[in-house]
Design a protein around this ligand. Structure first.
Ligand code: SF4
Length: 357
């Protein structure tokens, strides 16, 4: 059975045309699926019983099983663990900050890029999510969130630009005015620096926001924490980021995970300013969230010093609060225990790394 969440409005129209149904049926169903977020075809009371039965035979409306839900008593951050139809697991997080409600969603099961400070990287890559699975995360979260989302960020599990087609397709479904109707400007795609994906976003003039995770201001240090930097060196990444701005006129957010004693010195701050100052951008400093003693978060004073050092030199600097730290839902802490499946995926010779794509 197909997942109806994978279908665009046009694809649904084709389905109804081939089924001999009038075109307006597609619109009715599309709105029921994405706007009203019905979870059962029985809820489509504007359709005949026979049509509801046919839809239920051909499609699924929900494919996730919620395995766990944990809410922080400190800041209400909520982490969700879902099981996919093939048994694999992914996580998503709802974050509240003032008036902002951010849905942090996953684009892959696990991740091949192995950033050293990130729990997801330890899972390895298991598979890409489909557009329907990406959209379902948002629908599931909408049902539970205390308030509607103000931002959707591809900062959960996985590297979104290594699942480019499905991520962009999902983002378009989420933005469609007839459907979920979420502002394109409030959807952020966050990459570890996949240059071909950044270039493609620029060429296609994708309306979504781009965030690039830098985490070091020189090549050597970046390679130490982000193996992907060997393939896509910092100098080329910054060139691609500059070209992205030239083409799209959209300001990039550079994320910088701050690690005590590693990338938080005055020299690191100076280098960061040097490499970003020609690109209209925002810098988002994120004190590291890791349980590995090798990657400890700097003191608040050290974070403030670093922020001050870059503040007057670049366009805007923010420090991200460590939301969800107490429930292991903070940035870099998502980890769903898929280990057994990973071993069997490797045994079956499935692709496990972006280097082979
Ligand atoms: S930080 Fe992002 S790109 Fe790096 S391993 Fe984690 S999920 Fe993958």
């Amino acid at each position: 059975m197909k997942n109806i969440l994978n279908l665009s409005a046009e694809e649904l129209e084709t389905y109804f045309k081939e089924s001999g149904e009038p075109k307006y049926r597609a619109r009715q169903v599309y709105q029921g699926v994405f706007q009203k977020a019905y979870e059962d075809f029985a809820e489509f009371t504007n359709l005949s019983k026979a049509l509801r039965q046919k839809l239920a035979q051909d499609f699924t409306l929900r494919s996730f099983k919620e395995l766990d839900r944990i809410t922080s008593p400190i800041d209400q951050t909520t982490k969700l663990l879902w099981q996919l139809p093939d048994g694999l697991k992914i996580e998503g997080v709802i974050i509240y900050e003032g008036k902002r409600v951010t849905f942090c969603i996953s684009s892959q099961v696990g991740c091949a890029l192995d950033c050293k400070f990130c729990a997801t990287g330890k899972m390895g890559w298991l598979r890409d999510l489909t557009a329907g699975e990406i959209v379902e995360q948002v629908l599931q979260m909408k049902k539970l969130a205390l308030r509607p989302p103000t931002n959707i960020v591809f900062m959960g599990m996985g590297e979104p630009l290594l699942n480019y087609d499905e991520v962009m397709r999902a983002a378009e479904i989420l933005a469609d005015e007839e459907g979920v109707n979420f502002s394109r400007k409030k959807i952020t795609v966050s990459t570890s620096g996949i240059i071909p994906g950044i270039r493609r976003m620029a060429e296609e003039n994708q309306p979504f926001k781009l965030a690039v995770s830098l985490n070091a201001s020189d090549q050597n240090k970046r390679e130490r924490v982000m193996p992907v930097a060997r393939k896509y060196p910092l100098s080329e990444l910054m060139k691609a980021a500059g070209e992205y701005y030239q083409k799209t006129r959209k300001r990039i957010t550079f994320e910088y995970v701050l690690i005590a004693g590693f990338n938080d010195s005055a020299e690191d701050a100076r280098n960061l300013v040097k490499i970003t100052r020609r690109i209209p951008c925002k810098i988002n400093i994120i004190p590291v969230n890791s349980e590995d003693p090798e990657f400890s978060a700097p003191s608040p004073e050290s974070v403030a010093r670093f922020e001050q050092a870059v503040q007057n030199s670049v366009y805007a600097v923010t420090v991200r609060n460590r939301k969800g730290w107490d429930i292991r839902a903070a940035c870099g802490m998502l980890y769903a225990s898929n280990e057994k499946t990973r071993v069997s995926a490797k045994r079956k010779g499935r692709q496990t790394g972006c280097e082979t794509r």
